[in-house]
Design a protein around this ligand. Structure first.
Ligand SMILES: [Zn+2]
Ligand SMILES: [Zn+2]
Length: 352
């Protein structure tokens, strides 16, 4: 699998009556819990903690008569009900507007695993993937998807056996045959490239080669220490290329290993929205990039997103649910993600 190693965990045993409260409390977040406690006190004169509701001893401005009495809650939804709110999905509990949205009946209908019909940024053994294209396609079928996009590295990624224009043409010829074969099985193959954005913002393939692909995932893989203005200019220039369909791992971070590069993300999001370029949520657990905190801003600016596993073998496709959870944390719904379109709609959406 993708990650290995030991993860320390604590086990807490509580009574049945305390269970829902303990679950809500210990799964946080702290900021959300504090906001919820404030609401309980303000509206109901109740204290809320990991054990339950109880009459607040010192509820400001409440007479003894107004102080609430404890309310039994069998599940988390009951806790929210007691506070006159609909159930707030765990992913949204950050005190980032979810309580107000719940109160006003405008919680988003979050995307789910079942809404995902395919994905785009996956590698094969033509570059640094471990599996061949056919194995990847079979793995996509086994996951019940209706399409799969394969996008190997471009020539500048020498250590990853990036393809030059000649090999790209050979790969496309092979893929076209595979595409027919898998079309008969109910899987549509899209043929793309993960094309490097060079330091000056130009792309690693010329326009004629780029035009051969169904889509282009543009990516920064070098020069991470560039200063902010130059990096922003670099990415904005790439987004202006009419062939670019998606922006891979938009900040380049590797969790616990490499910080995001300096970039004016707002400017990038605005340009992506204007150019119709999909912002990637890279679902690999080391990346999870875009960060979920940026996703609300992305949709606010009109940018749409794509969840991609950056898979390097068939098992790598199983990173997709991580991406879905990040999308949920960022308030994304089906309409915000190209992965929720059917194959025919995707084909249209990829035409630039
Ligand atoms: Zn990449
Ligand atoms: Zn990749």
């Amino acid at each position: 699998m993708i990650l290995s190693g030991n993860i320390q965990s604590d086990l807490r045993v509580v009574s049945e009556a305390q269970y829902a409260f303990a679950l809500a409390y210990f799964t946080g977040s702290k900021a959300h819990n504090i906001a919820l406690r404030g609401r309980a006190l303000r509206l109901k004169g109740l204290s809320l903690n990991e054990y339950g509701f109880s009459p607040a001893a010192h509820a400001k401005g409440k007479s003894a008569k107004e102080l609430g009495s404890s309310i039994a809650c069998r599940d988390e939804a009951a806790i929210y009900r007691a506070l006159d709110l609909p159930h707030i999905p765990p992913e949204l509990r950050e005190d980032m507007g979810e309580l107000e949205a719940a109160e006003q009946g405008r919680l988003p209908e979050l995307v789910t695993d079942k809404d995902i019909r395919g994905t785009f940024h996956c590698h094969t053994d033509w570059s640094d993937g471990l599996a061949d294209a056919e194995t990847m396609a079979k793995a996509a079928l086994a996951r019940g998807w209706s399409y799969l996009g394969l996008a190997d590295h471009s020539v500048s990624q020498r250590q990853a056996h990036g393809l030059d224009a000649r090999r790209a043409r050979a790969q496309i010829a092979l893929w076209r045959r595979l595409r027919e074969k898998f079309a008969r099985k109910g899987l549509r193959l899209f043929l793309g490239t993960e094309c490097d954005i060079l330091p000056d913002g130009s792309l690693d393939f010329d326009d004629r080669t780029l035009a051969l692909f169904d889509y282009v995932v543009a990516a920064v893989h070098s020069g991470f220490s560039m200063e902010r203005k130059a990096m922003t200019r670099r990415i904005l220039k790439a987004l202006e290329n009419p062939r670019v369909t998606m922006l891979a791992h938009p900040t380049g971070r590797l969790l616990l290993q490499r910080d995001p590069y300096a970039v004016d993300l707002d400017a990038v999001l605005k340009a992506a929205a204007r150019r119709g370029v999909y912002m990637e949520i890279n679902a690999h657990p080391m990346r999870l990039d875009l960060d979920w905190r940026q996703l609300q801003r992305a949709t606010e600016l009109g940018a749409r997103c794509v969840i991609n596993p950056d898979a390097h073998d068939a098992d790598g496709l199983d990173a997709m649910p991580f991406g879905v959870r990040i999308a949920r944390k960022g308030w994304l719904t089906r309409k915000d993600l190209i992965n929720c379109l059917d194959a025919g709609q995707v084909a249209k959406a990829l035409v630039k």
